[in-house]
Design a protein around this ligand. Structure first.
Ligand SMILES: NC(=O)c1ccc[n+]([C@@H]2O[C@H](COP(=O)([O-])OP(=O)(O)OC[C@H]3O[C@@H](n4cnc5c(N)ncnc54)[C@H](O)[C@@H]3O)[C@@H](O)[C@H]2O)c1
Length: 356
């Protein structure tokens, strides 16, 4: 038998920022590199129609999709492929996705699979996507109610951050982004919290938002550069997500992704306390989320039966147990293997605490 080895360089992602209002349609010409295939969030298209018109007119093809978790599935993905095929796009047609994390996830997956992979550019339009989802190359669709069960790693070549999009973002969605910001502060940079404290959430100014986005992308980028395919360190970025994804699915997406992650942070910090973590941490996280107007508990929207079924289907489950990213303290998050027995002992109490 012969063995071959070769290096696969981690793709480099360039992040650009711009002001849509100042640059008008020039932002798109500079960014899109030819006649791209466009995938746009329907709400963003409606709200930003005149600004998007030049981009739409110069595109090779267009797919507009509603950002709903129930539509983030294989059927929609195949509709995007059909639309790419009908537009007759080639291997050298770039794909530009304009939307929040949901449309970017499925759009990036279409780009990474159609014709075995097309160049990808992302224009995030939600805070959550600007601070987190746009970077790192995870694409995905949900399967049978389980989040992101099918997906690829496909980092974008370029990301364009235009904070103007946040002007139309509903308050609830803005707050969802704050939960991912708190997660990032917990993982790698507590100074982000200081910026958050100083930021007027009702009326944030451009510069402070850009500073928060830059810091969050630096933390995430540093981790992803070391471990794109989530073999080790990148699992830390799942902080809040093991409990979060289960709550999000069990609530049938009544909880937004960010809201569920925030609750996951409280739950997982509580779990870490039972293993010797800082016992003040769950309370500190709860306080920050409450200040930001995020939920700190779930009511009857999640049933016990659904919770336990979904926990058993989580992707992070391996033989012998499940690897959790647990916050033992600020900037002290650890990958921890919990056996099914350990989970059975601790999880019901934590879920009850979140339901209280
Ligand atoms: N790939 C990753 O690394 C990663 C990381 C975190 C989350 N995600 C995924 O991201 C998704 C959540 O993304 P999200 O929180 O960005 O929300 P979203 O994409 O679901 O959008 C939320 C809502 O905001 C609307 N919207 C988007 N931009 C708008 C704007 N500028 N103005 C007005 N309305 C706007 C959308 O139409 C939608 O109704 C989940 O599916 C999650 O799994 C992926």
């Amino acid at each position: 038998m012969m063995n071959f080895k070769w290096n696969t360089a981690t793709p480099v992602t360039e992040v650009h920022t711009c002001s849509l209002k100042r640059e008008q349609s020039a932002w798109f010409d500079a960014f899109s590199d030819g006649h791209p295939f466009l995938i746009i969030d329907s709400e963003v298209r409606r709200l930003w129609d005149s600004l998007l018109q030049p981009a739409i007119l110069s595109a090779s093809g267009l797919y507009v999709m509603e950002a709903r978790e129930v539509l983030k599935n294989a059927f929609t993905l195949s509709q995007i492929w059909d639309s790419m095929s009908a537009a007759g796009i080639h291997r050298d047609t770039p794909v530009v996705v304009i939307g929040g994390g949901l449309v970017c996830d499925i759009g990036a997956m279409a780009a990474s699979t159609y014709l075995r992979g097309l160049r990808l550019m992302l224009v995030p339009t939600t805070l959550l996507c600007m601070v987190d989802a746009c970077l790192g190359g995870k694409t995905g669709v949900n399967l049978a109610g389980t989040k992101n069960q099918v997906g690829t790693f496909n980092p974008a070549e370029n990301i364009l951050i235009a904070p103007d999009f946040l002007d139309t973002l509903p308050e609830r969605e803005f707050k969802s982004g704050i939960a991912e910001i708190v997660k990032t502060a917990l993982i790698g940079d507590r100074s982000i919290l200081k910026l958050l404290e100083r930021m007027d959430i009702e009326n944030p100014d451009r510069n402070s938002i850009l500073e928060v986005i830059r810091k969050c992308l630096e933390v995430k980028g540093g981790i992803v550069a070391e471990d794109l395919r989530e073999i080790g360190k990148r699992m830390l970025l799942n902080l809040g997500h093991t409990i979060g994804h289960v709550l999000e699915s069990a609530s049938e997406f009544q909880l937004s992704h960010g809201e569920a992650v925030g609750l996951g942070l409280i739950g997982e910090a509580t779990l870490a306390v039972s293993l010797g973590g800082n016992k003040n941490l769950p309370g500190e996280i709860r306080h920050i989320l409450k200040q930001a107007g995020l939920p700190t508990g779930v009511n009857d929207m999640v049933s016990e039966e659904k919770l336990s079924r979904l926990f058993n289907r989580d992707k992070k489950t391996r033989r012998g147990g499940r690897i959790w990213a647990l916050p033992f303290d600020w900037c002290d998050c650890r990958l921890t293997l919990l056996t099914p027995d350990q989970e059975e002992e601790t999880l019901p109490g934590i879920m009850n605490l979140l339901k209280a």
